[in-house]
Structures are given as structure tokens and as C-alpha cells.
Design a binder for this molecule. Sequence first.
Ligand code: NDP
Length: 453
Amino acid sequence: MAFDFDLFVIGGGSGGVRAARLTAAGGAKAALAEEFRMGGTCVIRGCVPKKMMVFASQYSEAAKEADKYGWDISIGDFNWPSFQERLSTELSRLEGIYTKNANNAGVEIFHQRATIKDAHTVVLADGTEKTAKHILVATGGTPFVPDNVPGIEHVITSNEIFDIPELPKRILIVGGGYIASEFACIFNGLGVETSQYYRGAQILRGFDDEARGHLSELISEQGVDLHVGTDVERIDKKDDGLHVKSTDGKVKIFDVVLYATGRAPNVKDLGLEDVGVEQGRGGEIVVDEYSQTNIPSIYAVGDVTDRIQLTPVAIREAVAFHETVFKGNPMTPDHANVPSAIFTQPEYGVVGLTEEQARKDGPIEVYSTAFRPMQNAFIGKPERVMFKLIVCAKTRKVLGCHIIAPHAGEMIQLAGVAVKMGATKEDFDATVAVHPTMAEEIVLMKEPVRSFD
Ligand code: NDP
């Protein structure tokens, strides 16, 4: 049977573009449909604009520190429209690069929505049908907002945050995950009166307990009004703002309420049910280790499969898909020991197991230290950094590394190599310290602070 394409990709984000580009560059016929903007969540309304906001929000603190370091500096208000204009230019530039790279590789791009009609056919929004030997679903995720809160229609999500017309004076951020914690620090740094409500006992559920405690203390100390064990009961829009009644019975007024309560797979009306593609309870597309669905010609990569919702993971999945399907080289993406960073201020970099996870298999040793780094001590700033290693007492391998410090994202990338290679505590110890740095502590921790059998 002749198909229009060897591969039709739905979704122009990190995973989809990589798969389409590799396929077309390898000489096969590849097409890609994107209904919004090329680049996907990461480039258009996720990692990239978020990181720009992180950078912007750090200057207020930097100015305060510079003053103590001897500089005569005064910093005015943050100019949100001017920042937005520059952000918009940068995103358009990146979108252009994504489009150009795909075009140059020979990918045919359809700037419209596509849905699946059958195992080998997609339908474009204009009604055109295209057939393909393989279909790859890479539609990513979309913010999830609970529908059981009266007044929820007044809130925004991370999809809208970069486009709000003016910087709020008072913002409430709901949630305790990556996005909520990052934006709490961002808005606090921009000079916005920032509150964060999280329903559980401690933010960042699933991360290392000691690190969660350390980070939430720092976030509070910086000025974020963080309430754990607190959720939103109802929201009323009045002339002076959004009146938010919380589960502790209090009512506070905010200009913007940002819900960062997780992301759901972007599968609505894609045609998956009609074709019989298996989905999980949250709607995620169920795939095997080669990213293949129960319909042999249909594959899926990235957030829509809800394995690990991270851009570099989606890219790895796309590469493995391409090797398997188009190069006859079966390859599975490696989801073990994936380093990542939460871009709070300071950042939290992590690779491997938490102490709580490692204790289940035991025996382990825990090495941990928290201290004021030189740059803070010099100016009397109390903020402490944290370095933590979790070591298997039998093999001596470092099972987990947790760093809370400025630039921890950069540090964990390198620590991630060591952990991935199976480095032992003694390998860390054998490495000479780089002095004077914060990171040298990672090779200088002599005695475990606790051990478990
Ligand atoms: P997360 O899953 O990290 O956090 C969701 C938060 O919302 C949790 O605290 C959760 O609470 C809370 N929540 C869920 N449902 C409700 C509800 N009905 N009412 C109140 N609170 C609720 O999701 P995010 O949206 O922060 O991020 C999504 C994913 O995107 C992340 O998992 C991550 O993989 C990725 N990401 C990565 C970044 C990075 O690498 N730096 C940055 C941003 C996102 P509970 O814990 O109780 O369930």
C-alpha cells in the first residue's frame, strides 16, 4: 500500500520536531502538523519563557547584594511591558529556528490541527486527509485545573501567565509542584506580593523530604507567603480584586490567581478512542518501551505518554523511536537517573533516589550538609545551601544527589554524569575539591549524618 508519508507527526514540540527532522533527514518522507506555534510547550510557554522570567526576577536581589558588596546601585520598578516585548521577540526567533530546521531537513509542515482517523490516516483541520505508514502522537500536555472550585473561571494557568497585560500587585499561586514553586519565586523576585497555597503538608511531594523542608524554608524566608495544608474553597470576583476563601476560613484579595496544579496529557478529540488507542486513567497514551501503542502503526512520545514530563526526555524518546522504526536499530529510551532542576531561587538540582526511596531497599548512608556559602556570609545573608548524597552501604554507589544552591541546575548536570556512570562515594572523595566553591562540599563530606539497614 502506498502512503503519502512514511511518518506523520502530530505536535510540533521538542519530541515531535526531533522525530520528524531525523526521519526526513534520513531520506524518508515526514510531515508534521502543529495547531499553535512551532516549538511546543517548552519553547513557547514553558521552560524558555519561564527561565527568562527567572533571570529577570533575580536582578532585584542581585541589586541588594551589590549594594553590600560596595556598589552604589538603586533599582527601580520592573517594566513588565518592556520585558514582554523582548520575550515575544525571542520566542518568535526560536519558533523561526524550529520551523527552519524542520523545513531544511525536508519535513512538510502543516500549520493546523490534525486528528487521527484510522491506523494510517490523519485528518487536517481543513478536511484534507493524509496517509502515513507510521503516525507519531507528540501532542504534549496541557494545564490541569480542578473544576470543583466555585469561581475557578477567574484563574489563569502557566499558558496565560506570560501574556497578562500588567504585572499584578498581589498574586496567589495554587499548587506545590515544579511550576507553582518556580513562579512563587519569580513573582516574589519581581516585587509582587506573592502567596502560595498548597493542599499537602509540604511542597514538592515526591522529592527528598530534607530538601523539601530546606527549600520551603528558604522560599518563606525570601518573602513568599507560603501556606501548606491550605487549599482554595471559592473565588469571588469583586471590584477590588479576586476574593479567595481558603480552607483555613480566611479570605484574601488578589489581582491574579495562578493555578499550577499539574498537567494533563493533551488527548482531547484527537480521535484516539475511535481508533482504539489504549489510554491510561489520566488519558495518557499507553506505550511499550519502544513508544509503540497497541495499534502497531501508532507511536507516542513526550508528555502525552506521561512517563517523565521533561523536554530532554521527550527528545530521547523521539530519537529512540527513530532508531527503532526507521534505522532498524531497536532502542529504548533510558528513564533511569534522569537529572533535573527546579528553577526556584535558589535552584534545586536532583538526580537519582530520594533518601526515603533509598531507605526502602537499604542499607544506605546519608551524607548531608547545609551552610552559608561565602558569597552570602560576606554580606551577612542568612540563606544556606544544601548538598546531600545518598550512598548504598553495600556497593558504595551514589544512589542520589540533591543540591539546593544558586546554579544547582548547572551543578547537577555534571553530578548526573558521575551518578549515571555508577560512581561510588570513594570516587567522589578521590576527586580534588575546586576551592573556593560551594560545590567542593560534594567531595568533602567525610562522615554520614545517618545510616539505615
Ligand atoms: P506537578 O505535578 O509537579 O505539581 C502539581 C501540584 O498541584 C502538586 O502540588 C499537587 O498536589 C497540586 N494539585 C493537583 N491537583 C490539585 C487540586 N485539585 N487542587 C489543589 N492542588 C492540586 O505539576 P506542575 O504543574 O508543577 O508541573 C507539571 C510537570 O511539568 C512537572 O511534573 C514536571 O515534570 C514538568 N516541569 C518541569 C520543570 C523543570 O524541569 N524545571 C518546570 C515546570 C514543569 P499534590 O502533591 O498533593 O498532588
